[in-house]
Design a protein around this ligand. Structure first.
Ligand SMILES: CC(C)(COP(=O)(O)OP(=O)(O)OC[C@H]1O[C@@H](n2cnc3c(N)ncnc32)[C@H](O)[C@@H]1OP(=O)(O)O)[C@@H](O)C(=O)NCCC(=O)NCCS
Length: 178
C-alpha cells in the first residue's frame, strides 16, 4: 500500500475510532529493512537516539555519534526538521515528511499523523502539547502554548492558536472548532 493510500485509510472515520490515543502502535513506524521509506528511516534515528540517550557506556557514546550522522542524512533527504530528543510518542506517521518543522520542546502523543509542511512551534509563550491520535492536515501551523487533545483533527492549512477539545476538528485561519 502506498503511503498516501495508507494515510487516507487511517483518517477515514471507521479507521479513526480503532486507533488508540494512549498505546503506541509501533507497526506504523516499521518497514522492511531495504524498503525505501525516508520518513520511517528518519523516525528510526529518533528512536535509536532515545534508546542511547541516557546510557553512560562508552561504546554507546560512539553509537550516539553515528545516530546523529544518520539523523542529519535523513533530515536532508526528507527536508524535515524534527530534532533529536523531541518528545514524540510511538506510532507517528509522516506520509510526506517534506517541510515538517517541530520545536524541540513540543510534546506529541502516540499514533499521531502529520502531513507535509506542518509547523509545530513557539509563538514566544510556549509550545504546543499534542495528545494521542491527532491527525494534522497539510500545511497546518500550531503555534504557542496550546493543548490539542486526543483524537482531534486539524484541517489542512489551519493556523491553530487555541486549544482543541478531544475528538473535535479545527479549521481555518485563525482556526475555529467545527
Ligand atoms: C479538516 C478536515 C478533516 C474536515 O473534514 P470534515 O469533517 O469532513 O469537514 P467538512 O468537509 O464537512 O467541512 C466542514 C466545514 O469545514 C470547512 N473546512 C473543511 N476543511 C477545511 C480546511 N482545511 N480549511 C478551512 N475550512 C475547512 C468546510 O468548508 C465546511 O465549512 P462550512 O460548515 O462553513 O460549510 C478536512 O477538510 C481536511 O482538511 N483534512 C486534511 C487532509 C490533508 O491534509 N490531506 C493531505 C493529503 S496529501
Amino acid at each position: 500500500m502506498s503511503s498516501t493510500a495508507e494515510a487516507e485509510q487511517r483518517t477515514e472515520p471507521a479507521a479513526r475510532g480503532k486507533i488508540s490515543a494512549t498505546v503506541a502502535d509501533w507497526s506504523r513506524e516499521s518497514k522492511p529493512f531495504f524498503a525505501w521509506s525516508p520518513s520511517r528511516s528518519l523516525l528510526a534515528t529518533l528512536r535509536a537516539y532515545e534508546r542511547l540517550r541516557d546510557s553512560r557506556l562508552p561504546w554507546n557514546a560512539v553509537l550516539r555519534r553515528l545516530v546523529v550522522f544518520r539523523h542529519r542524512f535523513w533530515s536532508v533527504v526528507t527536508g524535515a526538521d524534527i530534532p533529536l530528543g523531541c518528545k514524540i510518542g510511538g506510532g507517528l506517521l509522516l506520509p510526506h515528511p517534506n517541510g515538517i518543522v517541530i520545536h524541540p520542546a513540543a510534546e506529541i502523543g502516540p499514533n499521531c499523523l502529520i502531513f507535509q509542511q506542518v509547523t509545530i512551534g513557539s509563538e514566544g509563550n510556549g509550545v504546543p502539547r499534542i495528545g494521542g491520535h491527532v491527525d494534522i492536515g497539510a500545511g497546518a501551523k500550531l503555534l504557542g502554548a496550546i493543548q490539542i487533545h486526543d483524537h482531534a483533527l486539524i484541517g489542512a492549512n489551519a493556523v491553530v492558536l487555541c486549544d482543541v477539545p478531544a475528538g473535535r476538528t479545527a479549521v481555518g485561519i485563525p482556526a475555529r472548532i467545527l
